[in-house]
Write a protein that binds this ligand. Structure first.
Ligand code: FES
Length: 146
């Protein structure tokens, strides 16, 4: 049911961990399952020189985040914002339909980390499609409220 690439990124996730003195940190929760994703970005000029992630999420969330971090490393911030969960899923040779929502976590976490970077640097730029906070619900103020 899972592709070889998904299994590989799940078994050997790339870029797991934290970055000390990160330039942007994003944390998002998935309202569908309650899972949480945190992404750390190191940004030099416009380039994402390093990225790490941590998740309390399922295997599909681990695999998509691992792939997403590989796809944005070395890219510009603007390029990273164009990364869609669809592109990540395609790069992994697909996910079962019931697990597509897991891939949204990585895309949103990247956007959330860039939003944090913009905020810290007084950069007044919009992030298209980014709502902040929880995904697929209207609770933008925190997690765990059932
Ligand atoms: Fe929650 Fe996959 S079930 S991220």
């Amino acid at each position: 049911m899972y592709s070889e690439k998904v299994m590989d990124h799940f078994a050997n996730p790339r870029n797991v961990g934290e970055i000390e003195n990160a330039d942007g940190i994003g944390e998002v929760g998935n309202a569908k399952c309650g899972d949480i994703m945190k992404i750390y970005l190191k940004i030099d000029g416009e380039i994402i020189t390093d990225v790490k992630f941590k998740t309390f999420g399922c295997g599909a969330a681990v695999a998509t985040s691992s792939m997403a971090t590989e796809m944005i490393k070395g890219k510009t911030v603007d390029e990273a914002l164009l990364l869609t969960n669809k592109a990540v899923v395609e790069a992994l040779d697909g996910l079962p339909a019931a697990k597509i929502h897991c891939s949204v976590l990585a895309e949103e976490a990247v956007k959330s980390a860039v939003a944090d970077y913009y905020k810290r640097n007084d950069i007044d730029k919009e992030i298209p499609g980014f709502k902040g906070g929880c995904i697929e619900c209207d609770d933008h103020h925190g997690h765990g409220e059932e």
